[in-house]
Write a protein that binds this ligand. Structure first.
Ligand SMILES: Cc1cc2nc3c(=O)[nH]c(=O)nc-3n(C[C@H](O)[C@H](O)[C@H](O)COP(=O)(O)OP(=O)(O)OC[C@H]3O[C@@H](n4cnc5c(N)ncnc54)[C@H](O)[C@@H]3O)c2cc1C
Length: 398
């Protein structure tokens, strides 16, 4: 490992996972986060086996499982009558097959577990209210420029600064994130506010004309998470913190299954948030010498395989392994990291976008036929869930 600290821009799920993996491997790190307080948005997140293996490696999985829920199945369902089009078993069968569970968790709980893990390894590793504006590099390290004029010296800079990444802009130039035409509503409803039959134990993807919804349990089933993805042409980026009128969400899912209607009905009407989903096409490189990218900064994706954060967590583990493999020699290690991550992340980003067409098919017969023609369980088990970022060859393909 390198003697100087590795600087990580961004304390999201990606940046904190990288910090924990690197610290655990004996590398000093400094995480710079622009926000004055640590936190995550009020929404759920799914953790599949490929990411759960990294949390297990960090000693966090039992805590994450305790704070979250372990759903029984992952189902694709018709938007109105709830017909099950495909079902992937989760629960104990999934754990037996993959060695780790499939967990759904409140983002704030996952983020808190990661912060705790990083601070247990180095209580001063995270610095808040610090915005990275750019960097320079020479043969011995990087100089990071911060808002306000301060500079900081380190061995490398990892841009884990999300979809609006400043580090990406410097490495790749302007690569605008374009609105995909889809928006995502996100609300959480207490299970006790719902009729018994809708206090779900499953991850359900409700597919229908030009929109889909995702529902799953959080906090041991005490909360139900709802995500509603709707095609809306011509919307500009929206604030992630300004509530939208509840009526708009209600109108977007008019005529949908009674469970969706019940969730929307019981949502806190003053706290309905809608995200404009933005995307950049995959790139063929994201590293420059001692600077690299990870997570949404490197490979932003549509959330239609629930893999954005999972890829960031995989990146974290592979980055630490690449540094170890190169004996702390930064530039070859970052090149190895990029080479190991490009094919797989490109595949996930591409398949996530393709799911938009699969999920939003307006004709119900064609929708049913598309699902009948595939075995999603076999597909995902074969390459997505079975990937182990802790042992996959570093010259690996997708
Ligand atoms: C509706 C929806 C549902 C999703 N569901 C799932 C799911 O179920 N499973 C899954 O795996 N993924 C899911 N995702 C994707 C996942 O949320 C993202 O891929 C993941 O959060 C990206 O993490 P990150 O750490 O790379 O970036 P971010 O979470 O964006 O974190 C970036 C951090 O960097 C900070 N920052 C930004 N700029 C600077 C700067 N210049 N200097 C310092 N700090 C800076 C930010 O404040 C932030 O804290 C979903 C996404 C959406 C929109």
């Amino acid at each position: 490992m390198s003697k100087d600290p590795i600087i990580i821009a961004g304390a999201g799920i990606g940046g904190l996972s990288a910090a924990a993996c690197l610290l655990r491997a004996g590398q000093e790190v400094v995480v710079l986060e622009q926000a004055p307080v640590l936190g995550e948005v009020g929404a759920g997140i799914q953790i599949s086996a490929n990411a759960a293996r990294v949390y297990d490696h960090l000693g966090l999985l039992a805590d994450i499982e305790d704070r979250g829920a372990v759903p029984e199945s992952y189902r694709f369902r018709m938007f109105d009558d709830g017909e099950v089009l495909q079902s992937i078993p989760l629960g104990e069968g999934y754990r037996a097959r993959h060695g780790v569970p499939y967990v759904t968790i409140h983002r704030a709980d996952l983020h808190a577990a990661l912060v705790q893990a990083v601070r247990a390894l180095d209580r001063d590793a995270v610095r808040l209210g610090v915005t990275v504006t750019g960097f320079e590099q020479d043969n011995s390290g990087v100089t990071i420029h911060l808002e306000g004029g301060e500079t900081l010296r380190g061995a490398a800079l990892i841009g884990a600064d999300g979809i609006r990444s400043a580090v990406r802009r410097q490495i790749l130039g302007d690569t605008p994130a374009e609105y995909t035409g889809d928006t995502a509503w996100r609300v959480i409803v207490p299970a006790e506010a719902l009729p018994e039959e809708y206090r779900t134990r499953d991850v359900d993807i409700w597919v229908g004309p030009r929109r889909h919804a995702v529902t799953y349990p959080l906090r041991g089933g005490n909360l139900v998470n709802f995500v509603g993805c709707v095609e809306h042409e011509g919307l500009e980026d929206e604030s992630w913190t300004t509530p939208r009128p509840w009526q708009e969400m209600h109108d977007d899912f008019q005529g949908w299954h009674p469970m969706i209607a019940a969730l929307i009905d019981r949502a806190d009407k003053g706290a309905c948030y809608r995200w404009a989903l933005r995307l950049r096409p995959p790139v063929s490189r994201w590293t420059e010498g001692r600077g690299t990218l990870m997570g949404d900064a490197a490979h932003p994706t549509l959330p239609y395989m629930a893999q954005g954060a999972a890829m960031a967590v995989e990146d974290a583990a592979v980055l630490a392994r690449a540094l170890e493999a190169e004996g702390g020699d930064i530039a070859p290690a970052l090149a190895l990291f990029e080479q190991a991550r490009l094919p797989r992340t490109t595949r996930i980003v591409t398949e996530s976008s393709a799911n938009r067409h699969l999920f939003h098919e307006p004709d119900r017969d064609r929708l049913r036929a598309s699902f009948a023609a595939r075995d999603m369980n076999a597909e995902r088990s074969a390459w997505l869930f079975s990937y182990d970022p802790l042992s996959a060859p570093l010259d690996s393909v997708a």
